[in-house]
Ligand binder design. Structure first.
Ligand SMILES: [Zn+2]
Ligand SMILES: [Zn+2]
Ligand SMILES: [Zn+2]
Length: 264
């Protein structure tokens, strides 16, 4: 029997995180820990493989909170700051290794270019000092790739002007789709999202937003794509966990920081 594919939500908040600095709204002041949201990131794990999706600005806190000390690869959705600026904390996953070791990065071409522009020292081979992050860039160009015993199938989504990919992660017959920042999903990509065990989508807020799908728009996508379980993430302070959860249709839940799904 194969091991499960587990999905740990390291963070489930939009770019501001929740609570929002200076805000005293009920969600920001809430005593419900499920309303406290670090910036969005997930960890996919099998018995053999650990795969981090994005390096958000809260990566240090997330690694400490969840005992994350090693990753086999980092997979990037896009280069918005709330998904990349924890980059330097990835050093912690390199410095136990020999200086010749590289941390595999998987990203679309524009995202990889942005990373190289933002963090040029890390990509400069002549400066590959021990203690620095030492990436091994893999530009996936939208084609499937494998990390250990996890297969990843990128799919394009519409989100602001940034090249943005979601991913279907597969292991032992289990398929988990993840698209945390998405306004809409093109028809070609939708075809790849049928018969998923879990589909994770953007659930920023209730009102429509120009670059993120609202809770209502994501629920519509869930109805159309019919995953066994739908999960909303990347939420702002409009979304109260308990109040919103009570109104969701069957088969759809809100993510919260620390939520773990073991899918077999
Ligand atoms: Zn984001
Ligand atoms: Zn607030
Ligand atoms: Zn974004």
């Amino acid at each position: 029997m194969s091991s499960p594919l587990s999905l740990l939500f390291l963070g489930t908040g939009t770019s501001t995180g929740v609570p929002v600095i200076g805000c005293s709204c009920p969600v920001c002041r809430s005593g419900d820990s499920r309303n406290a949201r670090l910036r969005s990131s997930v960890l996919l794990r099998t018995e053999r493989t650990t795969l981090l999706v994005d390096s958000c600005p809260d990566l240090r806190q997330q690694a400490l909170r969840y005992g994350l000390t090693a990753v086999d690869a980092v997979v990037y959705t896009h280069a918005h700051l709330d998904h990349v600026t924890g980059f330097d904390d990835l050093r912690a996953f390199c410095w136990k290794h020999d200086v010749s070791w590289r941390l595999p990065f998987y990203a679309g071409p524009e995202t990889m270019e942005s990373l190289e522009r933002m963090f040029p020292w890390a990509f400069n081979e002549s400066r590959a000092f021990k203690g620095y992050i030492r990436p091994e860039p893999h530009v996936h160009g939208g084609l499937p790739f494998c990390v250990g015993d996890v297969a990843a199938v990128p799919f394009r989504v519409e989100h602001a002007d940034a090249e943005t990919f979601g991913y279907v992660f597969e292991h032992g017959g289990v398929r988990i789709g993840y698209a945390c920042d998405v306004k809409s999903i093109p028809p070609d990509s939708k075809e790849m999202l049928r018969d998923l065990d879990v589909l994770v989508l953007d659930g920023l807020r209730f009102a429509e937003h120009p670059t993120h799908s609202s809770v209502g728009e994501s629920l519509e996508l869930m109805r159309e794509l019919e995953p066994k379980l739908g999960v909303l993430t990347h939420m702002g302070h409009d979304v109260d966990y308990a109040e919103t959860s009570a109104r969701l249709p069957g088969g759809v839940v809100l993510a919260y920081d620390g939520m773990m799904l073991d899918v077999e």
